[in-house]
Design a protein around this ligand. Structure first.
Ligand SMILES: [Zn+2]
Length: 266
């Protein structure tokens, strides 16, 4: 199905299946693969999200949102709100240090992922690719830990997938927001828009998520301390979101599980 969009009306029955999603920060789930998660959940899959950190080091869109509380707990609450929108069954948030995920707590995070695979016996695992969406070192660290943890299961390893972003997409999102009159200070997620999807390997398959884009956008906007008026996603119309956020792309990891997950049938 590489390069083509399957008919969304022919979604598979995913009841009894579990998909494990391993990411770095609150908001990664919505930004990277919120549509795929929602579609899997709608098709009956149990989605378990492991989030390595609480995003406690990231920039804050509006300090008033954090008044009287610590950022880690506010972002954990925002993540749980987004998870409800997407249909995620279980959110497990670890306290590995935001900003230092590539080097800190390496053995413990490895064990966390191994234990989750043993416990949930997922039909498939989703994490970042080698490019960490936009060369974010935390994302690359999560990619490395997840790859190693899945690999440690040898012939019993579940299929592992890398979510990537289309090159140029973030530029289009920023341009669309500006065409709506948005005055954006700073850069989306504090990186150059060109960095998103830069040199990402071509996808093996894409998932058509147009029918769940409103939920993907709603989930993103649950992350209020991140998606404020300075963020392009704040300003997208539903029509723009459907056009720009309507596909999500994946690579198969080089680990061959010998079978393919229901993710590839969406
Ligand atoms: Zn992130």
């Amino acid at each position: 199905m590489s390069g083509s969009l399957p008919d969304p009306a022919r979604a598979p029955d995913c009841s009894g299946r579990t998909i494990l999603v391993v990411l770095a920060h609150p908001d990664d789930e919505s930004l990277a693969c919120g549509g795929t998660i929602a579609k899997l959940a709608d098709a009956g899959a149990k989605i378990v999200l492991l989030c390595a950190s609480r995003g406690e080091k990231g920039a804050v869109s509006n300090p008033a949102l954090v008044a009287g509380a610590d950022l880690a707990s506010v972002r954990t609450r925002e993540l749980n709100d987004a998870a409800r929108v997407l249909g995620i069954s279980e959110v497990v948030v670890f306290d590995h240090p935001d900003g230092d995920l590539r080097w800190a707590d390496v053995p413990q995070f490895h064990v966390d992922i191994v234990l989750a695979i043993q416990r949930y016996k997922p039909d498939g695992v989703i994490t970042f690719g080698e490019d960490g969406l936009y060369w974010h070192l935390d994302h690359i660290g999560v990619h490395e830990r997840t790859f190693t943890a899945v690999k440690s299961f040898g012939p019993w390893a579940p299929p592992l997938y890398y979510v990537t972003m289309k090159e140029g997409l973030m530029q289009e999102i920023v341009a669309a927001a500006r065409s709506n009159g948005a005055v954006l200070k700073g850069r989306p997620f504090n990186v150059e828009p060109d960095a998103f999807g830069d040199y990402a390997k071509p996808p093996d398959f894409v998932v058509d998520v147009r029918d769940v884009v409103p939920r993907k956008l709603a989930a993103l906007r649950c992350h209020k301390t991140q998606i404020g008026p300075d963020n392009a996603f704040y300003h997208l119309t539903d029509e723009q979101a459907r056009r720009l956020l309507g596909t999500e792309q994946f690579q198969r990891s080089p680990l061959d599980a010998g079978w393919h997950s229901v993710i590839e049938q969406l």
